[in-house]
Unconditional design. Structure first.
Length: 326
């Protein structure tokens, strides 16, 4: 029996050319056997304190802070504006990597630092334990513990605890969404907003966009299955997955902070992100959604100079400015 792959939205022409080059080194799908080499390659791209300071605009330090009860300490990279003395808002960053890759000194931090420099904010980036060595709930509990520490130590850090925005892309966006749910349900930090960039939020991996993008782009259905199975094991796709692992499983999306969501039209996560935004509105929430025509997963980071990437990036700072009144 022949399986018919549904028609898919075309890639933006400029992005398609970039993707052809990217796919020479970054395949659309990953296997577990590839993880050690991929992790080694990403470790070599850890930004230094000097690089993150943006020429002295930020004072950067790394702190080891208490993790969840019974778990190891967590690394937080903290960048505070060098010339601002009053308490400042903070962007709390959760890195991407499909739940199995990445670290808290990734290249996405430079975008956050650019927004923070413009709006006089601090940036905190959390390093969470990775699956499959550390399955759910380890990653999200690490993210939540780091957030709680930041808010509880706001006075020492020079941070305004009422102006905390959580941000993340891909798996980081998914963990950000789940951390927001944890904060609401545990009576934890009251967040000012959540920035979810191409977030990984649905372990069921069975949307039309997931099927459309099989074997193409970045992070296709097979890669997504690897990521979610690494996090959840045999429970992936089953009836009992926690919303603190996969935010799309939440039955109640009321009482959440304003959200910014964006996604490409030609990527695996398109439909789950669009559905999540719609459900936020249906629950009475505030959400701004962008679907970028012809964008593949992570296009704005992997092909940052493309016109579509620049258009996507240009929407984030104004949202933060409106949200925080900066």
């Amino acid at each position: 029996m022949t399986t018919t792959i549904p028609a898919r939205p075309p890639f933006d022409p400029e992005l398609a050319a970039a993707l052809a080059v990217i796919n020479e080194n970054v395949p659309s799908a990953f296997t577990a056997e590839m993880l050690p080499a991929l992790r080694e390659g990403m470790a070599a791209l850890r930004a230094t304190d000097e690089e993150l300071s943006l020429g002295g605009a930020f004072v950067v330090e790394e702190r080891m802070v208490p993790g969840p009860e019974g778990a190891p300490e967590i690394s937080l990279v903290i960048a505070r504006p060098a010339a601002v003395k009053t308490p400042v808002g903070v962007l709390y960053n959760i890195h991407g990597g499909g739940m199995v890759l990445g670290h808290n000194r990734g290249q996405e931090l430079f975008d956050l630092l650019g927004w923070a420099r413009e709006l006089e904010l601090a940036v905190v980036s959390v390093d969470y334990r990775l699956a499959p060595e550390h399955p759910h709930p380890a990653p999200v509990e690490d993210c939540y513990a780091g957030l709680v520490w930041v808010v509880e130590n706001a006075a020492e850090l020079g941070i305004d605890p009422e102006r905390v925005v959580i941000a993340g892309s891909s798996a980081g966006g998914g963990l950000a969404a789940s951390t927001v749910l944890l904060a609401r349900d545990r009576g934890g930090p009251a967040l000012a907003g959540q920035m979810l960039l191409c977030p990984m939020i649905d372990d069921r991996n069975d949307t039309p966009s997931a099927h459309q993008m099989v074997g193409v782009g970045i992070w296709d259905q097979a890669a997504n299955e690897l990521g979610w199975t690494s996090l959840l094991g045999d429970s992936r796709g089953g009836p009992d997955v926690s919303p603190y692992a996969a935010a799309a499983r939440a039955t109640d999306l009321s009482g959440l902070p304003p959200a910014f969501l964006d996604v490409g039209s030609a990527e695996t996560f398109r439909d789950e992100v669009v559905t999540y935004a719609s459900r936020l509105w249906q629950a009475g929430g505030q959400a701004e959604l962008h679907v970028w025509p012809g964008g593949f997963h992570g296009f704005d980071l992997l092909a940052s100079h493309a016109a579509l990437s620049q258009a996507a990036k240009a929407q984030r700072l104004p949202w933060l400015r409106r949200l925080l009144g900066s």
